[in-house]
Design a binder for this molecule. Structure first.
Ligand code: FUB
Length: 321
């Protein structure tokens, strides 16, 4: 498969997180809809209220919609906006991690549990203790340990936190200051809590210096994803207002990571968000764009395209348009 393929033309789905579970490809996207809320920098127009799960037998296969698997009204601590999610598998159970504003309009990370990869998922009564911001990615290392990566600036609210606490008056760093970055925490054995205080994930430039806030074409904005290729850890993310999917490579799940380049150039639509998955020895980039909705950035459609590596382990850039 070389060409980009839209996965589900019947409805708007974004932020696809893809995994192989029980021999099938499962996709966990956000569910976009026309809520009529005007666009703003806080992302209020992304007013999602439920999640669906999709599966396919192989990458070119028919896509099955397993229907609604978790809804806002089933989550006791819910305020509004179900943003990006991801799913992990451990000891026969499936754990869906999701981004949601609580009743005070602060983004937290929730977890919901199922016996099946296709749900339905039953939410915990409270968000994950100590969690904040958006875009969880659950990564399992070869020793079985799981790590949760998360964070997003602007509407994702990361700029209001320092050292894992909300700080009155905290905001984005200045142009020459170190950029805010994603957070990473190992998950507890039962997958329901952080097993440690979230750590700052450092992304370094070619001179070993942390990226700065003014370096908008390389610094972290949102959409964390982690995958492993030939023993190296690849942290990929969106640069948000410059609309790139980029990646950085490290030697362990915590980093530091060194910036490498662009995976995907800008797509149609403001946001860009992805996951990377191997299936039958080939690698794939799942992502979204707003072509089918004629550029409406809050109505996105999920896609898949093959991803290729160079011999030195760098990723070949894919054109978004
Ligand atoms: O889908 C809502 C938000 O848009 C996601 O959480 C962000 O990463 C961006 O894709």
């Amino acid at each position: 498969m070389n060409n980009t393929r839209y996965l589900f033309p019947n409805d708007y789905m974004a932020d696809p997180s893809a995994h192989v579970f029980e021999g099938k490809i499962y996709i966990y996207p956000s569910h976009d809809w026309e809520s009529g809320i005007p666009e703003n920098d806080n992302g209020d127009h992304f007013n999602m209220k439920d999640y669906h799960v999709f599966s396919m037998e192989h990458i070119a296969g028919e896509v099955t919609d397993h229907g609604k698997v978790l809804s806002l009204e089933d989550i006791p601590w819910a305020g509004r906006q179900l943003w990006d999610s991801d799913v992990a598998h451990k000891n026969g159970k499936y754990y869906m991690y999701f981004s949601l504003k609580d009743k005070t309009d602060v983004f937290r990370l929730g977890v919901a549990v199922s016996d099946k990869p296709y749900g339905p998922f039953v939410p915990q009564d409270q968000p994950i203790k100590g969690s904040y911001s958006i875009d969880p990615c659950a990564f399992q290392d070869d020793d079985g340990a799981y790590y949760l990566y998360f964070g997003g600036i602007w509407g994702g609210q990361l700029q209001f936190f320092r050292n894992n606490k909300m700080v009155a008056g905290a905001d984005l760093p200045h142009f020459h200051e170190q950029a805010l970055s994603a957070k990473v925490a190992r998950l507890s054995e039962d997958m329901l809590e952080f097993d440690e205080e979230p750590r700052e994930l450092q992304i370094l430039d070619e001179n070993g210096k942390p990226l700065t806030q003014g370096d908008t074409e390389r610094r972290f904005f949102e959409a964390s994803w982690m995958h492993k290729y030939k023993g190296k850890y690849y942290f990929s993310y969106s640069t948000g207002d410059t609309h790139l999917l980029c990646y950085a490579i490290g030697d362990n799940p915590y980093g530091p990571f060194t910036y490498q380049g662009v995976i995907l150039t800008p797509v149609v639509g403001w946001t860009t968000h992805h996951s990377i998955m191997e299936h039958n020895g080939r690698w794939y980039l799942f992502h979204h764009d707003s072509v089918p909705s004629d550029g409406k950035t809050w109505l996105r459609s999920m896609k898949v395209v093959e991803l290729q590596y160079n011999a030195n382990g760098t990723i070949k850039t894919i054109e978004g348009q």
